[in-house]
Design a protein around this ligand. Structure first.
Ligand SMILES: [Zn+2]
Length: 170
């Protein structure tokens, strides 16, 4: 494991990531991890244990198209579906890209039935389990010169099975 001095965070090549992160984070990127907090697993009614963790990290991505691509491969790798319920208006030049996404099983699903992204999904897949999982992506102009500009705040706190046929891939 290499240590990078930038913000006293730890630098990880994809290969050196902890197993839990390897199973959800896209390949061919390196990660600068500020905080990786493993929480106690969630137990479903059928006694499945769902791993829970929080991750604050930076990724070696410096433009918004690559950020979108990264997110899509995160979705397919982690077998989660996380639509954007409210789009942030990006004002001024400080932020190049910003998206906050919630799990498809969050309570916001019912409130936002008119959402374009949700219309593609079948209603049987829109189960509201009140899931609190979120991902927040930010690409700030002031970070663009750094080796890892894209900021990712992930709350991987799903309260349902994620790696099953129940989840979707686009
Ligand atoms: Zn969820």
């Amino acid at each position: 494991m290499d240590i990078e001095s930038q913000n006293s965070s730890q630098f990880f090549s994809w290969d050196s990531l902890p197993e839990q992160l390897k199973s959800i984070l896209p390949l061919r990127h390196s990660y600068l991890i500020k905080n990786f907090n493993v929480l106690s697993p969630f137990q479903t009614t059928k006694n499945f244990e769902i791993p829970q963790f929080e991750l604050d990290a930076f990724v070696d991505i410096d433009d918004k198209e690559k950020a979108r691509k990264w997110f899509l491969s995160f979705e397919s790798k982690s077998k989660t579906t996380m639509p954007e319920f409210r789009h942030y208006e990006i004002k001024g030049k400080k932020v190049l890209f910003r998206e906050k996404r919630h799990c498809i099983h969050s309570k916001l699903v019912k409130e936002k039935q008119g959402n374009r992204e949700l219309k593609r999904l079948q209603s049987s897949q829109l189960q509201n389990t009140n899931c609190a999982a979120t991902i927040h992506l930010r690409l700030k102009f002031c970070n663009i010169e750094l080796s890892h500009p894209l900021e990712v705040n992930l709350r991987f706190t799903h309260n349902h099975v994620v790696n099953s046929a129940e989840s979707l891939s686009f």
